[in-house]
Design a protein. Structure first.
Length: 305
């Protein structure tokens, strides 16, 4: 790979699930990868890729961030770091704002200071409650929208070129998160039924490999643009009612998941309908059906493993 063709990425959130899978793929594809990390981040989630990336611990300061971006000198910044809280409390409000607004703004300030222009940002479909153009499900979603508003200044005043990928739910192999799929596997091995909501809410699950393809394609297209902010939804195109998703899980895995539907109420501002008013990344479409992808998530202790 010659200097003209070299690709250097700076990644935030690289020790989260989606970020770690992106880092693994970037390394496999020959990118020079740099990560912004907290001093206590667990690099083990990167697997063998951890030995092929450059880590930049961030001390929390704007000056420190400027130094990191200067040292990394990336062609593209992938911003995936965020603090997710389904429901915040007074005690964690400041942390939510620091993580999702202050840190993110420090990042783009550092990009502007160093003449780095290309950013792939990450949004959430929870910014679009009841399929609205903007209606945050919770404060987490509101902070994601707040950062997008701040981005407008850096785009107009400093020439940043931005693509925001709006994610729905993600799943895939090696997923350590305590999310729906892990819960279904755990419950399939249990005898006591799991108390769940009535199950009428829609779930849009996208396989991690498809999500990573969207990031890579967005980055390639971003580097060919000169200005502006484009925003795309990364959807499976086939959202399912929670009840139907559990049935699809049972059919694909040959297991039974004992559930008491209606055993607990819906959460406040439960997302009953998925966001549909989005454009996909040009040239991208999901390729891994749930029935195939779900088999890759079977834990070693699950029935039939």
């Amino acid at each position: 790979m010659n200097e003209r063709d070299s690709k250097r990425a700076l990644v935030t959130g690289g020790t989260g699930y989606v970020g770690a899978m992106l880092v693994r793929r970037l390394v496999a594809d020959g990118w020079d990868v740099h990560l912004i990390v907290r001093p206590d981040s667990d690099a083990g989630v990167l697997g063998p890729a951890q030995d092929k990336v450059v880590f930049h611990p961030h001390d929390g300061s704007t000056e420190g961030m400027i130094g990191i971006v200067r040292a990394a000198a990336p062609d593209v910044v992938f911003h995936l770091a965020s603090l997710f809280l389904a429901q915040h409390t007074v005690a964690n409000l400041e942390q939510l704002v620091r993580s999702n607004i202050l840190f993110s703004t420090q990042l783009v300030e550092a990009m502007a200071s160093n003449g780095v222009r290309h950013l792939v940002n990450t949004g959430t479909s929870w910014q679009h409650y009841e399929n609205d153009d903007y209606n945050p499900v919770n404060l987490y979603a509101a902070t994601k929208q707040a950062f997008e508003s701040l981005l407008a200044y850096y785009i107009e005043a400093h020439g940043l070129v931005v693509t925001t990928l709006v994610l729905f739910d993600t799943y895939g192999p090696d997923d350590w998160r305590s999310k729906l799929i892990a819960l279904l596997w755990k419950t399939s091995a249990a005898t006591e039924p799991l108390a769940m909501s009535p199950g009428e809410q829609m779930i849009d699950l996208v396989h991690i490999d498809d999500v990573i393809e969207a990031f890579l394609l967005a980055a390639a297209q971003l580097r060919m643009r000169e200005h502006g902010h484009e925003r795309y939804g990364i959807s499976s195109g086939q959202p399912l009612r929670l009840r139907d998703l559990v049935l699809a899980f049972e059919r694909a895995t040959g297991t039974r998941v004992p559930i008491t539907w209606g055993g607990r109420p819906y959460r406040p501002r439960e997302v009953m309908t998925t966001w549909t008013r989005f454009a996909p990344v040009p040239g991208w479409q999901p390729r891994i059906p749930f029935e195939t992808g779900i088999l890759q998530t079977r834990p070693a202790t699950a029935p039939g493993a």
